[in-house]
Design a protein around this ligand. Structure first.
Ligand code: ATP
Ligand code: LTN
Length: 336
């Protein structure tokens, strides 16, 4: 692990919350890119479990979800021997730097975050301070590792902009301390939409389970969800304005098969939406099948998982402590 990370490759950092199911949107928008990027960059990944308590979690289910997320990411192809992959709450520098950055983040900036607005609407009875300051913790995650690039779906772009602003502000006051990171948004699958309301992103917290496909959904469930996907009345498989549902299905098909939109349109010329939905469902089932099989193996091997997340956390702590020490010194804290 340490050999690869000391080479002069660019540093990538990213994380995903372990909130229940991981969806096809998370996979195509984020995870799939992580796996590809491992070859060419020094990647560091995390399960963002500190972020997850911005919405209420049931302790037993939460513990299981964290481990499931860890095993699932390994099943998707994250290799912790190559790319340190840790659990955020195991590395205390994250919460510490988050507090510091909170004091360099403006109320007005946080108030403009669309994720905060969306989530406060979804959970009106629990608009907690953590939900509001969530982006400062995310900035801490990224800045601790002096990351050059952060692979995320489009919905996280605004948080990345804020991270850059915080880094630039801090550097402006104290001199160069943080690398100013850039978002890395993949070409395909950057925004997978809901199967029930294709004007909204596919989100695992959607109450309508037919709106999203989970990576661990069984084949018959996946097929059913695609067959019920909302489309339009034109009945032509091609990308077009006002055809959000079909555009989304073509996007998914393209992301899982590697075919272009034109190739897909040509293939389904003269065929109805029913055939197309079945074909997309089958392609997704085939993409997820090997991941599901590997997941079953990993989750049965808890010792292996613990060995990987512990070793990765030790590595992450060593690296991130360097940045935190630098930050504390620059601010004027007394050395220990
Ligand atoms: P929630 O439903 O709780 O908002 P989420 O499904 O959006 O959760 P996150 O943990 O917030 O999941 O996101 C994890 C990663 O997956 C992020 O990089 C995000 O950009 C990406 N992502 C999430 N949903 C989609 C989507 N529908 N299409 C593409 N990428 C997505
Ligand atoms: N907020 C992110 C998850 C996340 C993250 C990060 C992504 C937490 N910390 C650091 C990239 C870098 C989300 O995907 N909802």
């Amino acid at each position: 692990m340490s050999e690869t990370v000391t080479e002069k490759k660019k540093v990538i950092f990213s994380a995903i919350q372990p909130s229940g199911t991981i969806t096809l949107g998370n996979y195509l928008g984020a995870l799939q890119n992580w796996v590809r990027l491992q070859e060419d960059y020094n990647c560091i990944f995390a399960v963002a479990d500190l972020h997850a308590i911005t919405v209420r979690q049931d302790p037993k289910a939460f513990r299981q979800n964290i481990l499931n997320a860890y095993a699932l990411f390994l099943a998707c192809g994250i290799d912790p021997e190559k790319s340190p992959f840790f659990i955020q709450s195991h590395v205390h520098t994250h919460a510490e730097l988050a507090w510091v950055l909170n004091c360099y983040t403006q109320f007005g900036e946080l108030s403009r975050m669309t994720q905060f607005k969306d989530k406060s609407q979804k959970h009106p009875d629990n608009i907690n301070a953590g939900l509001f300051t969530y982006p400062s913790l995310m900035a801490a995650d990224i800045l601790l590792y002096q990351a050059d690039l952060v692979p995320v779906g489009i919905d996280q772009k605004q948080h990345l902009e804020l991270t850059r602003n915080i880094a630039e502000r801090f550097n402006g006051i104290y001199g160069n301390t943080f690398k100013v990171p850039e978002a890395y948004i993949g070409q395909v699958g950057a925004k997978v939409m809901s199967l029930q309301d294709p004007t909204r992103k596919m989100s695992k917290s959607d109450e309508n389970v037919n709106a999203w496909v989970g990576i661990l959904d069984k084949p018959d469930v996946i097929m059913k969800k695609f067959k019920r996907a909302v489309t339009d009345s034109e009945a032509r498989v091609c990308v077009g304005e006002g055809k959000d549902g079909i555009n989304n299905l073509i996007g998914i098909m393209s992301a899982v098969t590697g075919k272009t939109n034109d190739e897909i349109t040509a293939e389904f010329e003269g065929k109805g939406y029913g055939d197309f939905k079945t074909a997309v469902g089958e392609a997704v089932v085939e993409t997820l099948r090997p991941i599901q099989e590997r997941f079953d193996d990993f989750i049965a091997n808890k010792d292996y998982l613990a060995e990987q997340y512990r070793r990765s956390a030790e590595f992450a702590l060593r690296l991130s402590q360097r940045t935190l020490d630098k930050v504390m010194k620059k601010i004027g804290y007394l050395a220990k």
